[in-house]
Design a protein around this ligand. Structure first.
Ligand SMILES: *Cc1c(COP(=O)(O)O)cnc(C)c1O
Length: 472
């Protein structure tokens, strides 16, 4: 117990108490008399109101403390009080018979539940330190090759080209395929902005199409309708870990002589007909940002089975510099390299990717089980034919009328939840590229991503469920 920071003498003046509150960052002090007995409680709100009413900084804390405070001797009772007085108390003192403060209980609402958190409990630290101590901290080193090879192998693809992030991976892929001005590239309406931005960087025109209502992925039927003589590529995005219908997309691409570039940023390890995503496109792009399934801090990778594209991407990634002649540039390239330190973390993350996916499945199953009886919540489908989705962020749909209220209430209880991506077609900077999108708007308005981190257990999910239920 560390109550010290919360306790001040009744002799203190308001200015002194404000300093205490500032230091303990709990927004509250317990005021005790000369015998250390609790005589009052003052919150930063009490003090603010007192000051507004003309009480001065030099006046005694006794002028504004609450003498009729709530207390108990039993931590379980404290939890009951928190529940009954939803939000009224943040901290309840625990007192002995003589009114001495022995401890305090913080409302568990105060405990922050984050949306995502990386799992760095494998060899991440060891390999990172190894890279660091080797002094190969820039973009040459053994971990880069190892990470590229191991990740490509995991996805069942021949070559991997590590990049500085997922966005540069997408841009690198498009550039290596020679996509540019005068070309069109088909993208889904629901995705993270990086997918479309990468297309715009090349000078090509993105064409935004609607999604499928069951998978929330790009709708193959809409792809077919959007194809013109200028179309060069399709970028299917396996959104929220749900694999796209790769057979139909690859069929359409083959029939129309188009490239498929998979955006796998949210779907490491997901499968279509027992084949991992990333193995279908001519090039596939991954992100290793901090909230993705595995992370390198920032980072990305392009996968391909083509030796020629692998070579091209390596040259473009490294300023377009000729492999044979140093400082001789044949194309305008970029600096999209990953560092050896990032790759070191990546190698370690890959070692326990299967474990990480396992606990993600477990968390999603717990959510599924607890939400089963709540008819107002619809979980993301995991029963679509041919697909093995992975849980990236647990994703649910609710009625659009209450969606924002649900997120607000969760925030109020310190639970991090997010609305789905805004459809690209709804944002003024992208609207000009959009075909008619109806389903994406319907789904997006109803969608919520819920905390999907290691510490989310049944108790926390029950709590999330109870906060959500109160909205109905
Ligand atoms: C995260 C993400 C990206 C971009 O990855 P960064 O590493 O953040 O640049 C691209 N596409 C999708 C679908 C993503 O979720």
């Amino acid at each position: 117990m560390d109550c010290g920071k919360l306790i001040c003498s009744e002799k203190s003046n308001i200015k002194e108490v404000m300093t205490y509150i500032d230091r303990n960052s709990k927004g509250i002090v317990f005021v005790v008399d000369a015998d250390s007995r609790l005589v009052g409680v003052a919150t930063d709100g009490d003090i603010r109101r007192a000051l507004l009413n003309g009480i001065g900084l030099g006046d005694s804390i006794k002028t504004c403390m609450n003498e009729h405070f709530t207390y108990t001797s039993n931590p379980v009772d404290a939890q009951r009080i928190f529940q009954q007085c939803d939000g009224k108390f943040k901290i309840i003192p625990l007192l002995d018979e003589d009114m001495h403060v022995i401890d305090y209980v913080e409302c568990s609402n105060r405990q922050h539940i984050a949306l995502a958190q990386p799992q760095l409990n494998g060899n991440e630290y060891n390999y990172l330190m190894d890279a660091f101590l080797s002094t190969w901290i820039s973009s040459t080193g053994k971990y880069i090759t190892q990470f590229e090879n191991n990740f490509a192998e995991y996805c069942g693809v021949q070559y991997g080209v590590a990049t500085s992030n997922g966005t540069t991976a997408l841009h690198l892929a498009l550039a290596a395929l020679g996509i540019g001005e005068g070309d069109e590239v088909i993208v889904p309406d629901i995705t993270f902005a990086a997918t479309i931005n990468a297309v715009i960087y090349t000078g090509a025109r993105p064409v935004i199409v609607d999604i499928d209502e069951d998978s929330w992925d790009i709708d193959p039927y809409e792809i077919e309708k959007a194809i013109t003589p200028k179309t060069k590529a399709i970028i299917p995005v396996h959104i929220y870990g749900q694999p796209c219908d790769m057979r139909r997309i690859c069929d359409i691409a083959e029939k129309n002589d188009l490239y498929v570039i998979e955006d796998c940023a949210e779907a490491h390890g997901a499968e279509w007909k027992h084949k991992r995503v990333g193995s279908f496109g001519i090039i596939s792009c991954f992100s290793f940002f901090g909230n993705k399934v595995i992370t390198t801090g920032e980072g990305g990778m392009c996968l391909t089975d083509s030796k020629e594209l692998d070579d091209k991407m390596r040259i473009l990634r490294d300023h377009g510099m000729s492999k044979e002649r140093k400082y001789y540039h044949e194309v305008i390239g970029f600096n999209y390299r990953m560092t050896n330190m990032q790759a070191a973390i990546g190698v370690a993350q890959l070692e326990h990717l299967d474990k990480i996916l396992e606990w993600r499945y477990e968390i999603e199953e717990k959510y599924r089980h607890i939400f089963e009886n709540i008819s107002q919540i619809q979980m993301q489908r995991n029963d679509l034919p041919d697909r093995k989705k992975i849980p990236w962020l647990v994703s649910v749909l609710v009625d659009e009328k209450v969606r924002d209220t649900v997120i607000e209430k969760l925030k109020y209880h310190n639970i991090d939840a997010r609305p789905f991506f805004t459809p690209l077609s709804e944002m003024p900077i992208y609207r000009q590229y959009a075909r008619k999108c109806v389903k994406s708007r319907k789904i997006s308005k109803r969608g919520i991503n819920l905390p999907t981190m290691f510490e989310v257990d049944e108790v926390k999910i029950e709590k999330i469920a109870s906060v959500m239920k109160k909205v109905w």
